[in-house]
Design a protein around this ligand. Structure first.
Ligand SMILES: *[C@@H]1O[C@H](CO)[C@@H](O)[C@H](O)[C@H]1NC(C)=O
Ligand SMILES: *[C@@H]1O[C@H](CO)[C@@H](O)[C@H](O)[C@H]1NC(C)=O
Ligand SMILES: *[C@@H]1O[C@H](CO)[C@@H](O)[C@H](O)[C@H]1NC(C)=O
Ligand SMILES: *[C@@H]1O[C@H](CO)[C@@H](O)[C@H](O)[C@H]1NC(C)=O
Length: 789
């Protein structure tokens, strides 16, 4: 009975979570992932944050069960009895044929044992029945028998990586697969003991002697070595041969751009449509539709004032209902840059993953994340040096004594003093870093200094470093609690001969979109439409909260006097889909909707001319752009500049201070369809000399599906990489909000539909996208040295 009750409770609880999760997000709970949830307090809190819908589901299930349980119990009893009859009857019948069995033996058989066996058999039979009668592919995952899906949680370990690129072992990875004729030389710029992140170039002479040994190929199934080689990357298109934008070139010539510090701000759930909030996006239209027709002008005027700091940082000034520029005097910061100055603003940027820390790998390390669930990358070596490691390398080549300069490099006479100062990299966020191994990721990216929730809670009570308010969500505090830490760091940069790299991730804009109690909530949403607008209203308030906070950061830069020498990069980690965007599915989890992928991307410097860039780039471009900027603005000494220039072409992304190249060669339909069937894009690149920039986006939690776009077309394909997910095709020019996606279970069906609706070109693009996408998934596993257990 106790066992039965416990079993019943588990089933009830699990069903409630399943229903509740589905009602809240439109996605299913992956119980296999929940094993890491179960052992991860921060993650458990996320699951529990949906407690109201789960409770609702539990109540409904409980009520229904209570109403029908007597009836069901009776029916089940009858069923079990029938099975017992069959079992016993059959037993008797069989023996009657041979000899009369010993009656008293039969009587002595423990009836309880029989009943247990019968129950076990009937459970087994029903599960078998459920498994066997599950509908085929389209609907199978919505009908998984609960006990079986639950069992996943306890059998499959979510942490399965046993890679050959373990960051803890100092195993040199340079294998290059080169023949002896392609002798590899250790780069001259690489110091004797480089910081972690450079193992690709780091190899001793003895190890080099061994390089033809097949054991080098330990990372791969075939002959390909497991690491990234830009020269062999068939998808890489470099734009480094292009001219720098002219106004920028002019500024560099006048030596007016000085970059001593870099601040990289990652906006949690930061949607491009709200950076800044302005008319003309599908999202803005959806917000307006929540208001009655006669109230819409008022709503426009209100929403256009939501994110004034974002307007100044991007130079995209919102207009009100009369078409006039919005008054920004209410903002927490006023732009100090002169008219026409402010830096680069990118429109069209997409994130590399809708899972936060996979996305951060792209922006901080210039790598594509691994297409598997959760942060398995933490068990492997990141295949490119990350920003803190680059800055650490610059420090190392300067200490203890300046290196002997290679003959060719002359010290520049006009170097500012600051180019000789050491860099200090600091990571800051006001929430926990214990979720899904983020602490390990920070370490692997090279952050030795960090301020996280632990730092805040451990600060001496009453000191300026202790939090002023309560925790605001299941992760921790509002980001404004970081103010004294940011202030100190900026002062260190201003007064202590230190160059800083600050990486800060915001947090208030994360689900459940709570703000501190003393923050005045406003009402941005009306009541029209079928969707409940509370969540969106809370989200919009957090956007205003973070806009104020960005203003605070900009003020601190101004006040400490480092604003003119600091490059501020702003990027969203991913977007966030709400019911207003798509009724069927909300959130990022297993949701490929485009509103999870459009992010702001800004390179702000008050002495750089304002340049609007239309490029369908991704956060892969951040490192190349920063390196290019540091070199071109002569913000590095000659030796560092040499290193930065050598590393620049090693990254996959393009530099955004030069015109973005979305495609090269002839992409006419003919060549195009010839290539559609080539299994690897290599051939296309080499034979036809045509190539487009393919952008990939991993969909949270990473291993179920990827979004494939190419920078030169408006098409978008969601490619399932695990069964039980659909193919989705959209045309973003005709349907920018993805309100009418094409969904099918087979690629051939998508291709037929696309041909009918958008023509041959679009159809062969879709075929190409599928090929390239599949290749990419395997290629990423190879590059990362990932092996599934
Ligand atoms: C039947 O079983 C009883 C007790 O188990 C035993 O004493 C008896 O000898 C058996 N009779 C036969 C015919 O096997
Ligand atoms: C200033 O820099 C020195 C040397 O890098 C360091 O030891 C010291 O702690 C720094 N002071 C402050 C206030 O950051
Ligand atoms: C920053 O540059 C502006 C010119 O753009 C100048 O007016 C201002 O004085 C500079 N600020 C500092 C602290 O040097
Ligand atoms: C970028 O993508 C959009 C669709 O989101 C498309 O309309 C546009 O043409 C693309 N930009 C370029 C420069 O190709």
């Amino acid at each position: 009975m106790v066992v039965n009750m416990r079993g019943g409770l588990v089933t009830w609880g699990a069903s409630s979570v399943q229903f509740g999760f589905f009602m809240q997000t439109g996605a299913e709970v992956a119980w296999a992932q929940s094993n890491s949830f179960l052992s991860d307090p921060a993650a458990m809190k996320i699951l529990l944050s949906g407690i109201t819908t789960v409770t609702a589901a539990a109540t409904v299930l409980g009520l229904v069960a209570w109403l029908i349980h007597a009836h069901l119990y009776h029916l089940t009893g009858l069923g079990l009895q029938a099975i017992r009859e069959l079992f016993m009857g059959g037993y008797r019948a069989r023996y009657t044929l041979l000899s009369v069995p010993n009656k008293s033996w039969l009587a002595s058989v423990d009836l309880r044992t029989v009943r247990r066996t019968a129950i076990a058999v009937s459970i087994f039979v029903s599960l078998l029945f459920l498994e066997l009668t599950r509908p085929a592919i389209p609907y199978d995952h919505i009908s998984g028998a609960l006990p079986l899906t639950l069992m996943d949680a306890f059998t499959k370990k979510a942490v399965t990586v046993e890679g050959c690129r373990n960051p803890n072992t100092n195993f040199p990875l340079w294998t290059a697969g080169k023949t002896s004729s392609e002798r590899w030389a250790r780069p001259a710029w690489l110091p004797q003991n480089p910081p972690s992140g450079f193992s690709r170039w780091d190899i001793s002479p003895e190890e080099r002697a061994e390089k033809d040994n097949p054991s080098w190929y330990l990372c791969s199934s075939g002959k390909e070595p497991g690491f990234y080689d830009p020269k062999k990357d068939p998808l890489k298109i470099s734009n480094l041969g292009g001219e720098i934008y002219e106004p920028l070139q002019k500024a560099f010539k006048e030596h007016s751009v000085e970059i001593d510090n870099v601040v990289l701000l990652t906006l949690e759930s930061g949607r491009k449509e709200l950076f800044p909030a302005q008319q003309g996006t599908p999202m803005f239209d959806a917000l307006l539709e929540s208001h009655k027709k006669e109230k819409r002008d008022e709503a426009i005027d209100h929403l256009a004032k939501l994110t004034p700091v974002a307007q100044m940082l991007t130079g995209e000034y919102a207009t009100d209902s009369k078409g006039d520029k919005v008054d920004l005097s209410h903002a927490t910061w006023q732009d100090t840059a002169e008219e026409g100055m402010g830096g680069l603003n990118v429109r069209g940027a997409l994130t590399g993953s809708s899972l936060t820390f996979k996305s951060i790998l792209g922006s901080h390390c210039g790598v594509n994340p691994l297409p598997v669930d959760m942060l398995e990358e933490t068990a492997l070596e990141i295949y490119q040096p990350c920003l803190p490691q680059l800055f650490e390398l610059f420090n190392e080549v300067k200490s203890p004594a300046p290196p002997a300069m290679p003959e060719a490099i002359e010290a520049r006479s006009d170097d500012s003093e600051a180019v000789k100062y050491p860099w200090k990299s600091v990571f800051m966020q006001s929430i926990t870093e214990d979720y899904d191994r983020q602490d390990v990721l920070n370490k692997n990216m090279g952050f030795e200094n960090k301020v996280v929730k632990k730092t805040l809670t451990r600060a001496r009570q009453g000191s300026k470093y202790a939090p002023k308010g309560q925790e605001i969500n299941y992760f921790g505090y509002a980001e404004t609690e970081l103010k004294p830490y940011v202030q100190d760091l900026f002062e260190e940069a201003a007064n202590n001969k230190t160059r800083i790299f600050l990486s800060h991730v915001t947090s208030t804009t994360h689900h459940p979109w709570n703000t501190p109690d003393d923050f005045k909530m406003e009402f941005y949403m009306g009541n029209e439409g079928a969707v409940n607008h509370n969540l969106m209203n809370n989200y919009l308030n957090t956007q205003r909260f973070v806009d104020n906070w960005l203003g605070d950061i900009m003020n601190m830069l101004d006040e400490t006097g480092i604003a003119n020498t600091t490059l501020v990069v702003v990027v969203g980690d991913h977007g966030q889909a709400f019911g207003e965007d798509n009724k069927d599915m909300t959130g990022t989890y297993e949701n490929g909707h485009i509103s999870n992928f459009r992010v702001p991307l800004v390179f702000r410097h008050p002495h750089m001319p304002r340049i609007d860039i239309n490029a369908n780039a991704t956060s892969l471009s951040i490192i190349p752009t920063i390196l290019d900027l540091l070199v071109q603005s002569e913000s590095l000494d000659a030796h560092d500049a040499e290193i930065a220039s050598a590393l620049l072409p090693e990254y996959q992304g393009q530099s955004l201070i030069r015109p973005f190249v979305p495609a090269i060669g002839d992409l006419s339909p003919k060549t195009h369809s010839n290539n559609a069937r080539s299994p690897r894009p290599t051939h296309k690149h080499q034979d036809a000399q045509t190539q487009r920039v393919w952008n990939f986006g991993l969909i949270n939690a990473g291993g179920s599906m990827i979004s494939v776009t190419s920078a030169d077309t408006p098409y978008r394909l969601i490619l399932p990489i695990r069964e039980s997910f659909e193919y989705v095709f959209t045309h973003l020019d005709e349907d920018p909000g993805e309100l009418h996606p094409m969904k099918t279970w087979k690629l051939s069906e998508i291709v037929d539909e696309v041909t009918k609706k958008f023509g041959e070109d679009a159809a062969s693009w879709a075929e190409d996208a599928e090929q390239v996408g599949k290749w990419y998934v395997n290629e990423q596993r190879r590059i990362w040295g990932y092996r599934e257990k």
